[in-house]
Design a protein around this ligand. Sequence first.
Ligand code: BEZ
Ligand code: FE
Length: 286
Amino acid sequence: MADLSFSESNSAQRVAERVERDAGGSLNAFIVPFIQHLHTLIRETRPTHADWRRTMEFLTEVGHASDGRRQEWVLLSDLLGVTALIEEINTNRPKGATPNTVRGPFYRADAPRLPLDANISLDGIGVPLWVSGRVLDLDGQPIAGATIETWQANAEGFYENQQPDQQPEFNLRGVFTTDATGTFRYRTVRPAGYTVPCDGPVGQLLGGLGFSLGRPAHLHFMIKADGFETISTHVYDSSDRDLARDALFGVKQELVGEFKPREKGDGWSLDFTFVMVRAKKGRRQS
Ligand code: BEZ
Ligand code: FE
């Protein structure tokens, strides 16, 4: 006679057996531990029927609020620190290399290629910022021909694709290539910090519970060079008082840059060095 028992003490085991028997190897190694941890969580926190119903309602709302333009599931993962943890697990770079952080939803793959020294502020609104930097390998050798994609919020904390009617298309975005000395330079405006989208179920729930929803001011960078691991990261403004309260747990000491006043008094400058790691053979770059 098959075992029909299902109790607090054997629930995870029963489900694992079913997965093993009925689904065989078609489920990856993540699913069975996920089910077991879920059962442990339920046993330990002992939700009532009403608690569980509210949880299901919340998850339903998260699904309804997600579509091709908006991703509440990703936001949930971001605010719970899960996206940052997955980044840590998957890019374990040696000391001295520039770490990755979450890419976020505002990246566009079709930003224009621009010559060095171009100004990416197409509306000229904000405090001028001159960005310069170098791309090096771990031995300090310059990487010529590296591609630097940058994107950032404006002086009010909004990305161009959040405000298609107010900002010019591709405002504060550009793609540059390092010269023979591994150097890049461009002009922009100082970005403001902003709040992650908080009008959906995730922001409402976690914001209501007191989670920080703010992001300190930052510039985004994606750096690619043949034979090197792609860097997808941020550079944070050291003067932002909320560095330690980043909603996404993305701030690392190595990613904090100092915005310095220019001698001419006409704005600010930021100089930042990115250090790339050689790609492991056979590993595909995303
Ligand atoms: C961002 O930095 O652009 C971002 C990342 C994740 C969620 C929201 C915004
Ligand atoms: Fe951002």
